[in-house]
Design a protein around this ligand. Sequence first.
Ligand code: SF4
Length: 467
Amino acid sequence: MKEKCGLFAAYSQKGSDVVPNVVMGLRALQHRGQEAWGLAIPNAKPFKRRGLVTDNLEESLPAVDSMPSRVAIGHVRYSTAGGTSLRLAQPLQIDRKFSIAHNGTICELDSLTKKISEDFTLPTNCGDTMAAGYRLLQLLQANNWDWYHSIEALAKELIGAYCFLVIDNEGKIYAFRDPKGFRPLCIGWHQRSKSYLIASESCAFGVMGAELVRDVSPGEIVCLSRSGMETKIFQRRERSAHCAFEYTYFAHPSSVIDGISVYESRKRLGMKLADLYKDVKGDVVIPVPDSARPAAMGFSERSGIPLAEGLMKDRYGRRGGLRSFIQPKIKDRVEINHWVLPVRVAVEGKNVIVIDDSIVRGTSSKTIIKTLRDAGAKSVNMFVTFPPVTSPCKAGIDFPTHKELIAYRASGKHADIKRVNELVGKEIGADSFGYNDVKSLSAGIGLDEKRLCLSCHTGDYSVLKIG
Ligand code: SF4
């Protein structure tokens, strides 16, 4: 099971109904998961629906309106194995004692499920969230329902990347982030309802007029209750391992993660590309919409080559606005790419420099290059802000096998970047092609490379404590 999702929670200190804000927060985190969504309040079965928050909202609203609560947690899901079954949509209720939602991936589940099997029978293919939930239940029962102690004990057993939200039947929320901080998690404040908020990304606060207070620190537990917010560090980190992919592609550009503006970091990454590939001749710089737009602005600003919108996403179709990378089925990814339309007048007869945030499978890049050539581009030169992805991610993003990765297929694991550029460029049909290297990536993001996870580029999983 690999999943990479969005979390949102709210607790109103003055007793206002927070459920509408949780729905709005999930809507703002939709870029993190588009397969299913759900929310949970104390002492009730979680509410879950397939698809986007806005799909069939009229049908969902009566059910959502019937569960007013001063405290709630929610989840948007993106998964691979296990499919899009509603059974695996979150939050998951654990033995009617609490509900749990998760963003990340827990590796090496066997030892965890073995311990759980002493007390509970888990369904086959139960997934990492359900396993972590039942193990937490066991620890709570063994520790007289001491939440801090039990979460601390659970964290010692978990290998992987995780942010969890738990809501109990007394109406308390517990949020905790792994000690390396792979996935983002932050705290907000909504003045009108006097609510503490917790979200995967700060973009979810802006939509409801709330403010970012701070990040949840790696290795920190946050508890929200009637008495306000309490926090405790359960493990001091040796080093952080923030996912570099969040900054280049996954997160919303308006978010601020661990003190860094995603928008600014993407712009700087484009500037770094312009420095690395300054000899390329171009008449126009265009972004692959939407996540590469700030990087293309940065490239244009640094190189002095004008920026244009040469590709437009269809915003009106049901699927046009979805993100191709996180669609589980190849057929769906191809269909979405088909609806990136060229603006002929912006590219015809020109040497086009097209900027993308990452290349994982290469499916989108090939289509985009062909689209630009068909629209009359004289040459198509592609530059990519994230270094070659040559190994699977075991920390929550879905590119599961080596053979799916174009950089690995073209050149293996540890090829020299010039050689990778040459081979990948040839495979996708670009006139010239280049990736950022690790030094430029880390400078662009604004975090030392020792504070980033780069396992999908290096193939070294020691930050996850696995080989
Ligand atoms: S392996 Fe890559 S995608 Fe996965 S967490 Fe690390 S940087 Fe992010």
